[in-house]
Design a protein around this ligand. Sequence first.
Ligand code: 9MJ
Length: 676
Amino acid sequence: MTAPSPTVSARAAELRELLERYNYHYYILDEPLVPDAEYDRLLRELVELETRHPELLVPDSPTQRVGAAPAQAFTSVAHATPMLSLDNAFGDDEVTEFDRRIRTRLDTERTITYAAEPKLDGTAISLVYEQGLLVRAATRGDGTVGEDVTHNARTIRTIPLRMQGNGWPERLEVRGEVFMPKAGFEAMNVRAREAGEKTFVNPRNAAAGSLRQLDPAATAARPLDIFIYSMVDALGLGLTSQFESLQRLREWGFRVCPEGRQVAGPEGCLEFYQQMGEGRDDLPYDIDGVVYKVDELMLQRELGSVSRAPRWAIAHKFPAQEQLTTVEAVEWQVGRTGAVTPVARLDPVFVGGVTVSNATLHNIDELHRKDVRVGDTVIIRRAGDVIPEVVKVVKDRRPARTRRIKLPRKCPVCRSDVIRVEDEAVARCSGGLYCAAQRKEALRHFASRRAMDIEGLGTKLIDQLVDQELVDTPADLYRLTQGQLAELERMAEKSAANLIAAIEKSGETTLPRFLFALGIREVGEATAATLASHMGTLEAIASASIEQLQELPDVGPIVAAHVHAFFQQPHNQEVIAQLRDGGVQWPAIEVAQEAAEKPLAGLTIVITGTLDSMTRDEAKQRLQALGAKVTGSVSKKTSFLVCGADPGSKRQKAEAAEVKILDEKGLDQLLQGDIP
Ligand code: 9MJ
């Protein structure tokens, strides 16, 4: 061991100061300054320095405690049994090492059983029950002294105010994690953004902040939930394992995470890690890793704890969903409807398991609220399949002489004026289809799977076609020749032929798909289907007045005005005429009549197998237009099973249930309105 050099002790002091400040903002102000990953990095650096040079260790080092002392606003609560935090493992090696350490300490070679649990990313809470009634809820605080948040905890519906079942002790303390499910978090942020208010940085922070509201009514308005993960003194209650105590907690009416499992040895742990990592995006709540706990409570007791964490547990973290990086530029993207959206170009950073080099800034108001500038160090968050976003600027790392970003006055693509309607967060390019960006987006939408479904016509190809002025409107697609395509860069003769064939095939469509493909504002698939089934023909829709359109179900004044305006535009009429000349067509539809008058009203039909003449989806839409109900599974109530090639098990089910089976001829007959 060498004596620390002045630079090493200076670095240790610097780290202590930084970590203290980050701690204060995180725990007391509920406003983290840097991502957890950055905090962890700095903490690790300090731990390493202190390990190499123990004389640098001071009693108040941030390495010596968890959390922070309680805020003044709440009554302090002493935890009779300290609320520990968990040590982290960042790689498989560290998990194997953890297991080895445990077996060494226990002096055993046998395989250890672990209770493996997802690690919820929320805020820890202790709940005390007396005679089965909730009497106190407290935050972790610094692990020894927390804050009394009983009033707030009572507003969380999944915290039982009274325990269920029987056999519980006179006094029971349980611990768990309060969290905000992803959906609730997203919804709160959408609302905040619309109201021009500050958004939450992440669900964990939202949960911690919500639990520490001074007014319980404010907590009650937040979508919070809880999972209980431990019972204090389970051993004293005669339980033998962590897994068993979770079972018991469930019986007593507590909400316990359903994903937890018993696994064998480090291999079992790593397998669990991988499974949870793969399923992480599909869970309704955020997890930032998994936790492994020695399952046997006797062994836990034998292993004991070090200052801040138990020796018998470890958190195996997933790749962080938040990281720091710098903004290299702010650019403006133009969408299909002309919406001009700011996008941050970033120094590429590995976050949430992928490398991210762009992040959305949503809109100009949001950009100004966060005051993001070129050169800023920012926190980037990428959770699941959500678009990466800039959550926050680390203000004290801002370089000198940066400038506030302004909304461009001209469209960056076509130089038309950018217009912002009062009270709307979105600014738009006024160039319409004159703007190449809007044209490209319109083409992308037109070709997309749920619209015209032109296979092989992707983003890059559309860019090329528009940039080389081969395609201007969707109608131009149907005039392309194989020769023109073959001249494009990276386009082989064969792919050119395939694309021509795909374009031609897309021309055989349905009216709802075509309407959707046109990209009329506010007309999604559902509205397109309503327009088609009630008006029957494109001509009828195009010539309908705003009042007539508004009579349709779910069509309000805004949608009606957009539809009307679209078909009034000579340019749009022209493109539609050209598309039809180019071969785009669809089967006629019977206009929706009152349900009971429709020819197939009252029939329930199931379609299975591959049909020759149309897709199942198309058959379904046409049958529905004639009043039939089309369902996915055969039952006694099914009137007909329409059976194409390779039908699978539905056919057997239909035979067993004595449901009449129709081939495509029978389907044709139904579509004529005849019931076979
Ligand atoms: C979370 N956060 O989900 C623990 N945790 O156990 C689980 N935290 C824990 N266990 C002992 N599942 C200390 C913290």
